[in-house]
Design a protein around this ligand. Structure first.
Ligand code: MG
Length: 398
């Protein structure tokens, strides 16, 4: 179920009004190019395995400079056309050889798209042919005929402002673009419009006011102010221990490891994920795993502990935040952790929706000391950072 991102950066962006800087997607925004920032947003999502950028034929050197040293999973850039629709079709065609299950199409000029908006579009594709980020229209809309005199007031009920990313089943949106091209239709201004024309059901998911499209010099100033506002970074710690009992495997950090005994617990007793869940809950001061998932509650009997961690991640996202990094230390004489460390990091990165370079799993023995040393059980400690939007959270709970 692979997902690719297609970033459209082929426009000329003449309206940005920054003479001498060239196309706006290569302009510097708080020390980093607009395009590099857009790429960062998608490479930060662990589920996105490839990023295809569509560039203007004149911009090869600008593109090379913008992505120099990038660790993003970038495919070679492809050249776009005169209209956005042609550029997207070129990008989709280039992705054919990879043939991803899903594609998220994004305008390079929206470099501040929050991680949770990308995630919402991506997750909506599990049950929809297409999904786009959008915001309900809250301003009253006026018709002004040809001049500045109002001719009428439009009904804003049911009206939404479309943003990007716009996500689709890859094969379907590629077919839609090809059909539109064959039919001589080149007037669609976004991907959802092409999909709608082709009969694909497209759903709306909440976008963000932060997800501004840089068009004017004023937009650049606003984006710079948003980036200058210091994010609200929190840290939390967690600790857990479980005793050994009868069994032939243990669950540690989301990985099943054959062993001569099992860890005893109400759930799968994954001490690593329990400690990490508490660290994340601690960072947002939302109590602990035992309160949200009481050990006496039959609903959680035998539950895979990833469910608890996913719940903590949802709580962070509900505040418009994301996980910065996670660091876990397992404390045991046995089993040996090193052979499973990579799989553990991958499992955790997948649940947190962050890159592998933000997840550490370490292990130590206690040189035979204490309960872990006597092989009576396993303990784990964890620390996590959570990055919340500057200027307060969107859904703070008491
Ligand atoms: Mg526990």
């Amino acid at each position: 179920m692979s997902t690719a991102a297609l970033i459209v950066a082929a426009g000329r962006g003449a309206r940005a009004g920054r003479p001498g800087i060239g196309p706006k997607q290569y302009a510097t925004l708080a020390g980093r190019s607009v395009l590099a920032r857009s790429i960062d947003r998608f490479s930060g999502d662990n589920a996105i395995v490839a990023i295809q950028v569509v560039i203007h034929p004149d911009d090869g050197p600008l593109y090379a400079a913008a992505v120099a040293g990038s660790r993003a999973p970038l495919r070679p850039p492809v050249l776009g056309g005169a209209r956005r629709q042609e550029s997207v079709r070129a990008g989709l065609t280039a992705l054919k050889e990879m043939n991803p299950r899903f594609v998220l199409i994004h305008d390079a000029a929206r470099p501040l798209v929050p991680a949770e908006v990308i995630l919402r579009v991506r997750e909506a594709l599990a049950s929809a042919g297409g999904a786009i980020a959008a915001l309900a229209v809250t301003d009253t809309l006026k018709h002004a005929g040809g001049g500045s005199v109002i001719r009428g007031t439009a009904d804003r009920a049911g009206l939404w402002r479309a943003q990007t990313p716009q996500g689709f089943v890859f094969a379907d949106i590629l077919a839609a673009y090809q059909a539109a091209h064959a039919a001589g239709r080149d007037d669609f201004t976004d991907d959802a419009a092409v999909a709608e024309w082709a009969g694909i059901d497209v759903v709306l998911v909440p976008g963000s006011e932060r997800n501004i499209k840089l068009t004017t010099a004023e937009d650049f100033s606003m984006a710079e102010r948003l980036l200058a506002a210091a994010p609200d970074v929190r840290t939390g710690t967690g600790f857990d221990a479980h005793r050994f009992g009868g069994g032939d495997h243990v669950w540690l950090c989301g990985v099943k490891i054959p062993h001569t005994s099992a860890l005893v617990g109400h759930s799968d007793a994954d001490v690593g994920l329990h400690a990490l869940t508490d660290a994340i809950l601690g960072a947002i001061a939302e109590s602990d795993i035992g309160e949200h998932f009481p050990p006496g509650d039959p609903r959680w009997k035998g539950t895979a502990s990833r469910v608890f961690l996913e719940d903590a991640v949802r709580r962070v996202r509900a505040r418009g935040g994301s996980i910065g990094n996670a660091d876990i230390t397992l404390i045991c004489q046995e089993p040996r952790i090193a052979p499973h460390r990579q799989a553990m990091r991958q499992a955790i990165a997948g649940i947190l929706g962050i890159g592998l370079d933000r997840v550490a799993v370490k292990a130590t023995t206690t040189e035979g000391l204490g309960f872990a040393g006597r092989r009576e059980g396993i303990a784990a400690m964890a620390i996590a950072t959570v990055v919340l939007p500057a200027g307060g959270t969107v859904a703070a709970r008491p």
